[in-house]
Design a binder for this molecule. Structure first.
Ligand SMILES: [Zn+2]
Length: 212
């Protein structure tokens, strides 16, 4: 019985995914927090386009989508990524290869699937472009959320590698669910450019402001 109830919650949540009050879909407060905004962040390595502020609502939507497999939460993320992608100027979107930031193998095992490549594939299909899951973790890194900003950069330095070194100047747009310090995106840019790709921008669903 519990299983049937759990499945119903995954498919048709009766509570707001942002704050858990009884509501079909997001309640008005969470809907406002999760509203579409044109948010641009300049990292030293690239420019990041996002459409949602990282708030308690956003945090709960991300957890529901990634860790609990709630279909509605994933749809919210799909839409947020699409909104962010639409802010990238047309000239740099053309023929760009969409490359997701990789999850650690332990997270993939725990979730039973690789979350971000799935979102990136949806985005590529929707926008008639290509995606390639070519970034991999080349060594174990600590959970970034447990570290201070300075330590996050050291934790990630040299932690990524590519499945191909034949970029030949091909344009890439990086895809992630959230940018916090920018340490992961920066490392991904260095790795891809070292392999011959040209990273034109990054697209994330959410941005934590101010960047910490
Ligand atoms: Zn709510």
């Amino acid at each position: 019985m519990k299983t049937i109830l759990d499945l119903t919650e995954i498919l048709f949540p009766a509570r707001c995914l942002g704050c858990s009050i009884l509501s079909l879909g997001l309640c008005p407060r969470c809907k406002s927090e999760w509203s579409n905004r044109n948010l641009i962040t300049h990292l030293p390595e690239t420019i990041v386009y996002s459409s949602r502020h990282y708030s308690s609502t956003a945090k709960n939507i991300l957890i529901a989508a990634k860790e609990q497999g709630v279909v509605k939460a994933r749809q919210y993320l799909n839409l947020a990524l699409q909104d962010s992608f639409s802010y990238v100027v047309n000239s740099s979107r053309e023929n760009a290869l969409l490359v997701p930031i990789p999850s650690q193998k332990s997270s993939i095992r725990k979730r039973g699937r690789d979350f971000l490549p799935e979102l990136t594939r949806d985005l590529a299909i929707e926008n008639k472009t290509r995606m390639a899951n070519i970034l991999v973790h080349s060594r174990l890194v600590l959970d970034q959320s447990t570290l201070h900003a300075r330590d996050r950069f050291a934790n990630l330095s040299g932690a990524l590698s590519t499945r191909t070194t034949l970029g030949r100047g091909e344009k890439v747009i990086l895809i992630d669910d959230l940018v916090t310090t920018g340490a992961t995106l920066g490392e991904a840019v260095r790795t891809l450019e070292g392999a011959g790709f040209q990273v034109v921008s990054a697209v994330t669903a959410c941005v934590a402001l101010p960047l910490r």
